[in-house]
Structures are given as structure tokens and as C-alpha cells.
Design a protein around this ligand. Structure first.
Ligand code: TXA
Ligand code: MG
Length: 401
């Protein structure tokens, strides 16, 4: 066990001048925290927890095999699950991809629109520079430029790219507040930079645009939506016949080898699961003909029977949108037995994305015995939200409403 220090940082105190990547940090406490973290990364070759705009990350020097190995041991992460490298400038990017790789127009367009931001792109890896543990021996490397001022400033000050998975024990929901990380990794990390809550709330979109057929493959839906990717590629295509197809893994294509080697998050390993069972409540999506929808009162009775072995009244967590049909009169109001966490309104999927992991972790913290999560429409951030919920849920129930 080591002692864990939480260092407060103020993201608003950091600015970048347009023509340089050197951050200007006006708050003394933040400046000190960034220097302590930078020294720890470079001298101790140990990970530091950093805020990013998506989720908190467990960051270590991407160019040191020994630093990278501590990421895997700290998280308990299987070694065949590759990491994303975080950079603060385009100069850093060019050192990491294969020297002969010429960046295609699709990547230039996506980087111009979404970097810095929640988009990860696959590149042919420069194997002379990147330890094989970062890429889990794959020929490609996943790279993104985070927009969070603390993350960007730390990478620039340390002047080294940082490999960073989400800062949670492997299999758990990703942390979106420093407090989520402290509860999970207390005693396993020395430094947590607390930059407040993450604004995006789900991880970056992982995109592979390297394949021969020219299609843009979304391996993991995330903070940049498929609609946004399509719009930019349409706008920036040299001619209409150049517009590529944007296809989403699990919806538009599947890839058996990819699913066996865990290059698509959550395919091979358990993901996003709190320590209590999660049930996905479907109300709107297409239901297989053989499944009859269950009326809500009947479903509640079933839950109570299933939890009757507890020697006390069960506690049930409800993760619902505030304007859902289920919210109104179908489920009991917030009480000591029915714990409600509101995801916001259905029309604001970006808010739902921001609240999702906090909802799962807060209900878990509330010692509920079961978490019921409502289905969200698949457009915009909904695709990433449902990807995470489906992986967290051990069971799906169709409700009659
Ligand atoms: O928003 C994010 O991406 C956050 C923050 C911390 O930046 N990071 C994150 O990392 O979500 P992680 O390790 O939890 O998920 C990264 C996923 C891996 O599970 C892996 O499947 C995929 O990115 N990945 C990494 N390298 C890959 C590669 N070469 N080919 C295909 N997929 C890759
Ligand atoms: Mg993760």
C-alpha cells in the first residue's frame, strides 16, 4: 500500500497560446501539482491519475515499458488489452506512427475537427519507439489528443506522450469524478490530479480508418458521435465520390478475430459493471417476437420475490431519465428502498452520457442490491451510452408500458 495524495487543480487557470504548445498556468497550486505529477511520471516511472474531458485516466510514460507495465498491474488489466496514447501536439504524433505512413485526408479532416477532443485514431505503430506492451503486440497504435487543460498541460510539461486507460479497476465503470478514483484505487496510486467532474462522461470514440476498403470503422462509439464523424467527412471530402462509409462495430459489421483479441473494448472482458447486478429495462426498441413484455407491477413483484432471501427490505437503484414513462407513476418514488438517480431528459443525450457512470457508481455506493437502467434512444451520444449500458447489464427485461 502507498499513500494516495489528491492534488486539486483548476483547469480554468490554464491557457495555451495558439502558436505554441507551452501551457500558461496562472494558479500556483495547479502549477505545483502539474510539476509534482510530471516529476513522478518521469523519475519514478509510475502512473498518475489525470482528468480528461471523457473520463479520468491512469497515465504513465508511453515510451517506457516499465512505466506501462505498472498501469496493467495497478488496474489488474489483462495484458492483451492495448492502451491509448495521449499527446499534446501534432509533433508528438509524427514520432509515434510508422515513419513511412502518410496521413490520409480522412484523418486530416477528423483531426482538424475533433482534436483536441474525444476521438482516438488507429495508426501503424512505430515499433522502434513504442513498447509492445502499449499495443499488446498489434501492428497499430491508438492515439488521441485530449482537450482537458490539465491532461494537455501535463503531457506538454512532461514533454512525453502518456499511455492511459480509464482509471478504474479492470471491469468496473469508468470514473468521472476524482472521488470515484479515490474510492477505487486508494493505496494503489500515489497521485490523483483532481480537475473536477469530466464533461463528456463516456470514453473517446475509437476509429480505424486504415483498412484497404476505405471504410471508416467505429470500433467503440464514444464522445464524438457517428453523426458528427459522417458530417465532417461529407464536408471535407475532395469530391462526393470520395465520401467514405462510416460503419459501427456490432451494428454495421462484426469481426470475429477482433472480438477474440480484445481490440474492441468490452468484447472479450467484462466491462463497466458495478459490484451489484444491473438490469437493462427496454421499453421502446424492437422486441424479439418470442418475448412477451412484462407489466411493471408484475416485474416489481418478481424482483421482490428474487430478493426475498435478504433478511431486510431490498434496496433498488433506478437510473432513469426524468421525462421517461417509467419515471412518472410506474416505479415508486425516491425513498430509502427505491433509490433514484436522474439521467436528465431524453432529448439531451450529452447530459445522459455525462451522468451515466456517476449514476452507476453513486447507486453502488448507496448499497443497493440491484440497479435498473432504462434504455436510451440510439442516436447521437445514445449509441455510446447504450454500448456501455449493454455491457454493464447482465440481464435485459422488456416492460409493457
Ligand atoms: O476516453 C478515453 O479513451 C479514456 C481516457 C482516459 O482517455 N481512455 C480509455 O482507455 O477509455 P481504455 O484503455 O479504457 O480503452 C481503450 C480501448 C482499449 O480497450 C482497446 O480496445 C482500444 O482502446 N484500443 C487500444 N489500442 C488499440 C488498437 N491498436 N487497435 C484497436 N483497439 C485499440
Ligand atoms: Mg476502460
Amino acid at each position: 500500500m502507498m499513500s494516495t495524495n489528491v492534488l486539486k487543480c483548476n483547469p480554468a487557470s490554464i491557457s495555451f497560446s495558439p502558436d505554441s504548445n507551452v501551457p500558461n498556468v496562472s494558479c500556483a497550486e495547479t502549477k505545483h501539482a502539474l510539476h509534482v505529477a510530471s516529476r513522478h511520471l518521469l523519475d519514478q516511472l509510475e502512473p498518475v491519475v489525470i482528468p480528461t474531458e471523457t473520463v479520468y485516466g491512469l497515465a504513465a510514460s508511453a515510451l517506457s515499458a516499465s512505466a506501462v507495465s505498472t498501469i496493467y498491474t495497478t488496474k489488474g488489466r489483462p495484458s492483451d488489452n492495448p492502451l491509448i496514447i495521449h499527446i499534446s501536439s501534432r509533433e508528438m504524433l509524427s514520432t509515434l506512427h510508422h515513419p513511412e505512413f502518410s496521413v490520409p485526408w480522412t484523418y486530416r479532416a477528423l483531426m482538424k475537427s475533433f482534436w483536441p477532443g474525444p476521438l482516438t485514431l488507429l495508426f501503424p505503430a512505430n515499433r522502434a519507439v513504442i513498447p509492445s506492451s502499449v499495443t499488446a503486440n498489434l501492428p497499430t497504435v491508438a492515439i488521441r489528443m485530449p482537450s482537458h487543460p490539465i491532461a494537455r498541460a501535463l503531457i506538454a510539461i512532461a514533454n512525453t506522450p502518456l499511455a492511459a486507460p480509464s482509471a478504474n479497476s479492470s471491469g468496473k465503470p469508468s470514473p468521472t469524478h476524482a472521488e470515484h478514483v479515490r474510492r477505487d484505487l486508494d493505496g494503489r496510486v500515489s497521485i490523483i490530479l483532481d480537475g473536477g467532474p469530466c464533461t463528456v462522461g463516456v470514453e473517446s470514440t475509437v476509429v480505424d480508418g486504415l483498412s484497404e476498403d476505405g471504410h471508416i470503422r467505429v470500433l467503440r462509439p464514444g464522445g464524438v458521435t457517428v453523426e458528427e464523424l459522417r458530417r465532417i467527412l461529407e464536408e471535407e471530402a475532395p469530391s462526393p465520390s470520395d465520401i467514405p462509409r462510416v460503419i459501427v462495430h456490432g451494428h454495421d459489421f462484426r469481426d470475429q478475430t477482433m472480438e477474440a483479441a480484445p481490440t474492441t473494448p468490452g468484447m472479450k472482458y467484462r466491462h463497466y459493471s458495478p459490484s451489484v447486478p444491473v438490469v437493462l429495462l427496454r421499453t421502446t426498441s424492437a422486441r424479439p417476437v418470442e418475448i412477451a413484455p412484462v407489466p411493471v407491477p408484475q416485474y416489481i413483484a418478481t424482483i421482490m420475490t428474487n430478493l426475498a432471501h435478504l433478511s431486510r427490505p431490498p434496496r433498488i437503484g433506478l437510473l432513469l431519465t426524468s421525462d421517461s414513462v417509467l419515471s412518472s407513476s410506474l416505479f415508486p418514488e425516491d425513498s430509502s428502498q427505491w433509490r433514484r438517480y436522474s439521467l436528465g431528459v431524453k432529448a439531451e443525450p450529452s447530459v445522459i452520457a455525462q451522468r451515466l457512470f456517476d449514476g452507476l457508481l453513486s447507486l453502488e455506493r448507496d448499497s443497493v442490491d440491484l440497479i435498473l437502467v432504462e434504455e436510451i434512444p440510439l442516436d447521437h451520444e445514445g449509441l455510446a451510452i447504450m454500448n456501455r449500458i449493454s455491457k454493464a447489464a447482465g440481464e435485459t427485461v422488456w416492460l409493457a408500458v
